[in-house]
Design a protein around this ligand. Structure first.
Ligand SMILES: O=C(O)CCCC[C@@H]1SC[C@@H]2NC(=O)N[C@@H]21
Length: 253
C-alpha cells in the first residue's frame, strides 16, 4: 500500500455547506482541483443517495458528509477504505454516545445502534489506468432523526437515531471532529500495515459474527453462518455447500 506520510495531514480541509444536491456530487465537482484530502459537510441535501442508487432521506440536523482524497491504489485496495470508514464511524459514535451505547457494524459497513441502522456509508471512485485517482467516502448518520420505516426495504433493519436511542444531541460539525480523527488514524494503519489490523478491529465490532444470516446478491440468495471476512473484505458464509465468499450483497438477519 501507499505509505505516503503526508496523505493524512493534521488538519484535513473542511468545506461546510448549507444546502446542496448531494455531497457526493459536490465531491465530483471538487475532484479536478483537489490538492489534499477534504471533508465536505452539508446541512441539507436535496438529492442524497445511498448504496445501489437508493434514495437517502436526510431530516434536518442529521450528519451528511463526503471525504474526498486521492488514494492512488488499485480498486480492490481502495474498497478496503469502506472498513476504515465503518470503524471510524463506530468509534466516533461510541465517543459521543459513551461506552454503554450498543454499537456494532453490519457487513460491510452499516453501523448499528441498539440493533437498528444509525449510519450508512457509500464509496464512489474514479479510476485512471489501474489506480483509483479519487475516492469519495460518503457518510450519513441519523444524529437527531431516523427516517420512517417506510424509507427502507422490507426486511431491512429499522432506522434509528442517536438522539432517539440515547437522548444525546450532537451537531454535524461536532460529530465531524471525532469522525475525521478516527478515519485518519485507521486509514494510516491501513496504509502502513495493510488490511490485517483493520480487519481484526472490524471483526471485533462485527454484528452477527458466528450467527445465521441471509445474503442477497443481485440474483441469488444465500443462507449460512457468517464465519469471518477474508483478506479482500469479502464475507465468508458457511453454507451447506461449504464456505462461500460473498464480495457484495445485502445482508439480512
Ligand atoms: O447506507 C447507505 O445506503 C449509504 C448512505 C450514504 C448517505 C450519505 S449522506 C452523505 C453522502 N451524500 C450522499 O448523497 N450520500 C452519502
Amino acid at each position: 500500500m501507499s505509505t505516503d506520510p503526508t496523505i493524512w495531514p493534521e488538519g484535513v480541509a473542511r468545506h461546510v455547506l448549507g444546502t446542496t444536491d448531494s455531497t457526493m456530487a459536490e465531491a465530483a465537482r471538487l475532484a479536478p482541483q483537489l490538492a489534499g484530502p477534504a471533508w465536505i459537510l452539508a446541512h441539507e441535501q436535496t438529492a442524497a443517495h445511498g448504496r445501489r442508487g437508493r434514495a437517502w432521506r436526510m431530516p434536518a440536523g442529521n450528519f451528511a458528509a463526503t471525504l474526498l482524497f486521492k488514494p492512488g491504489v488499485p480498486p480492490a485496495t481502495a474498497a478496503l477504505y469502506s472498513f476504515v470508514a465503518a470503524l471510524a464511524l463506530d468509534e466516533a459514535l461510541s465517543r459521543v454516545a459513551g461506552p454503554a451505547a450498543r454499537l456494532s457494524i453490519k457487513w460491510p459497513n452499516d453501523v448499528l445502534l441498539n440493533g437498528g441502522k444509525v449510519a450508512g456509508i457509500l464509496l464512489e471512485s474514479v479510476t485512471t489506468g489501474q489506480r483509483v485517482s479519487h475516492l469519495a467516502v460518503g457518510i450519513g448518520v441519523n444524529l437527531v432523526e431516523a427516517p420512517g420505516a417506510d424509507a427502507v426495504e422490507p426486511g431491512a433493519l429499522r432506522p434509528v437515531s442517536l438522539l432517539g436511542e440515547t437522548g444525546i444531541r450532537v451537531t454535524p460539525e461536532e460529530f465531524l471532529t471525532p469522525l475525521a480523527a478516527a478515519f485518519a488514524r485507521h486509514a494510516g494503519n491501513l496504509e502502513r500495515e495493510g488490511f490485517a489490523p483493520v480487519r481484526e478491529a472490524w471483526l471485533a465490532r462485527a454484528a452477527r459474527l458466528g450467527e445465521k444470516v441471509v445474503a442477497r446478491t443481485g440474483h441469488e440468495v444465500h443462507e449460512g453462518i457468517f464465519e469471518t471476512i477474508d483478506a479482500t473484505g469479502a464475507m465468508i458464509l458457511r453454507t451447506a455447500g461449504g464456505p462461500l465468499p460473498i464480495a457484495a450483497a445485502d445482508v439480512f438477519f
